[in-house]
Design a protein around this ligand. Structure first.
Ligand code: GLY
Length: 325
């Protein structure tokens, strides 16, 4: 099992292999052009550490895209995080399959879904965006592309996650649950000093999902949407519900109409709640948004969703407001 130090070393090594690391090493801190930036926000409490890694770029004038990929690489490489990357809980047949996507300030997008054996799938989604004519690669094809581009093949099923899966097999009740105990996904969006927005979203998806199941996280517009004129949004929770309202795109479009980030997230949450008006312990969805002015906000179905914020003046974990108390 990797220690915390090894995770950071591992993550650093993975990032060093990427072209943007060189650009970052050469970056100096320019005058901030962005009134609200630089700033980075990300989902859940593991977002705090991830934001620290992103801040190493943003705080030195780095590009938001580089920052978000570096940020989410931390939970992706953490074997103790059972909802992202290495150590993610497997599908019901015991395979760890990962989903991720990325969008940059130019409206470019890349995505991978149902990928096995690759830890840094957000970086892989970036490769799809930058080095192919496509937006999305899935399954075996995504794995082949990863190996051809220098990503290492790894066993992502840790002993802890295998043990949890074997325990689950005793009853094998397939009942997707997204709540505070089974929270999933890191979504991260950032505004850099140059005033540009980017974002990424990466996950192992719902624990014990059907083989081949893909959630909202790799779907542009559902798990993530970035529009450099307006703002960026990402989601966490039960992906099926997010997909059905194209949630992150909805949040950004509400910000375009003048809504604050929190208000835009609330509108998206209430679209889902309208279809499920009774409080259900197993149904959690949270949206997180950042606008072009660097204002942020979140909203979720039920209490428990937190997001992390990092800027020059703030380093905090914030409780998202919820529809149900
Ligand atoms: N929100 C992550 C998933 O449903 O897979």
């Amino acid at each position: 099992m990797r220690s915390r130090r090894e995770i950071l070393q591992y993550t650093g090594a993975a990032l060093a292999a990427l072209p943007f690391a060189k650009a970052f090493a050469q970056a100096s801190k320019p005058e901030a052009k962005s009134p609200g930036g630089p700033i980075v926000v990300s989902t859940w409490n593991f977002g705090v550490q991830a934001n620290d890694a992103a801040w190493k770029f943003l705080g030195h004038g780095g590009r938001a895209l580089d920052a978000v990929i570096a940020g989410v690489a931390v939970p992706e490489a953490d074997p103790k995080n059972q909802s992202v990357g290495l150590g993610g809980l497997p599908d019901r047949d015991g395979h760890v399959t990962l989903d991720a996507c990325v969008m940059d300030e130019n409206g470019n997008a890349g995505s991978v879904a149902c990928v096995e054996h690759i830890v840094h799938v957000a970086a892989l989604a970036r490769k799809v965006m930058e080095n192919t004519p496509h937006v999305m690669l899935v399954g075996e094809g995504a794995l082949q592309f990863a190996l051809a581009n220098g990503f290492q093949k790894e066993n992502l099923l840790t002993p802890e996650s295998e043990k949890a899966w074997r325990e689950w097999l005793k009853t094998a009740q397939y009942r997707p649950v997204a709540n505070v105990e089974n929270h999933d996904t890191i979504g991260m969006v950032a505004l850099d000093a140059a005033g540009n927005l980017s974002g990424t979203c990466t996950t192992s998806g719902m624990a014990y999902k059907m083989r081949g199941r893909v959630g909202d996280s790799p779907l542009i517009g559902a798990g993530l949407f970035v529009d450099n004129e307006v703002g960026a949004a990402t989601s966490t929770g039960l992906g099926e519900e997010v997909i059905k309202i194209v949630g992150s795109h909805l949040v950004v479009e509400q910000m375009r109409l003048g809504k604050s980030p929190e208000e835009a997230c609330r509108i998206a949450v209430e679209r889902i709640v309208k279809k499920h008006p009774q409080k259900r312990e197993d149904l959690q969805v949270g949206f997180l948004a950042l606008n072009k002015q660097g204002e942020h906000g979140a909203y979720c179905i039920q209490k428990g969703f937190q997001y992390a914020v990092r800027s020059d003046s703030v380093n905090a974990l914030i409780d998202g407001k919820s529809h149900f108390a």
